[in-house]
Design a binder for this molecule. Structure first.
Ligand code: GLN
Length: 197
């Protein structure tokens, strides 16, 4: 298939979780991508998506595949990075309900599986003023809750009750919902705009 060769390469962390759904959106948008499974792959990318999945498994595999330290450094040095759901947990400095060490990059406190068992999954309208969207289709699957953010961090997405479900700080975006499971690719396009040519 034809790829947009003027565009930089996006990495999709492909260790576990729903990376394939992100890849499908990038393919539809004709954006070059690679599936990141090794530390060498990190040298080939201009931006990274950390997908939803199981944060414990993703963190363990980042360590066993020797990606953890280099990834942390790259993101701290400015690699545009978007974490969805479990990806948000992997990036957070403080996580309730997780014994493993995360990348500890973003000054947010998140609580894993905070929406409880009965409501493990739900859909809700998300408002994203930056995209002029009042009703972005938010799909929440055993999502974490963002309980606290530092003053440097901008909320970019909220539920109707005001709860923050998406944030941005410099090169990093985090959403606790799954845009890759919807037909709406506007957040993907927004992330792609953060990546310099
Ligand atoms: N509950 C998962 C975790 O703690 C995240 C769920 C998801 O990514 N959809 O890692």
């Amino acid at each position: 298939m034809k790829k947009n060769t003027n565009y930089p390469t996006i990495g999709v962390l492909g260790l576990q979780g729903d990376f394939q759904e992100h890849i499908e959106i990038l393919t539809k948008l004709q954006i070059p991508y690679i599936k990141v499974t090794s530390s060498e792959d990190l040298d080939k990318i201009n931006g990274l998506i950390i997908p939803g999945g199981e944060s414990t498994t993703i963190i363990k595999l980042l360590k066993t595949n020797n990606i953890f330290k280099k990834l942390k450094k790259k993101i701290q040095l400015g690699l545009p990075t978007w974490g969805t759901c479990a990806g948000a947990i992997v990036l957070a400095k403080k996580v309730t309900g997780l014994k493993l060490e995360t990348l500890k990059i973003l000054e947010i406190d998140v609580a894993r599986n905070a929406y409880g068992r009965q409501k493990e999954s739900f859909s809700a309208d998300v408002s994203i003023p930056k995209l002029n969207k009042n009703r972005f289709p938010g799909i929440f699957i055993r999502a974490p809750k963002i309980n606290k953010i530092s003053s440097k961090i901008k909320p970019i997405a909220k539920l109707k009750n005001g709860e923050i479900v998406g944030i941005e700080e410099k090169n990093i975006i985090v959403t606790t919902f799954h845009p890759e499971l919807t037909q709406d690719d506007s957040l993907h396009k927004y992330f792609l705009k953060k990546i310099s040519h």
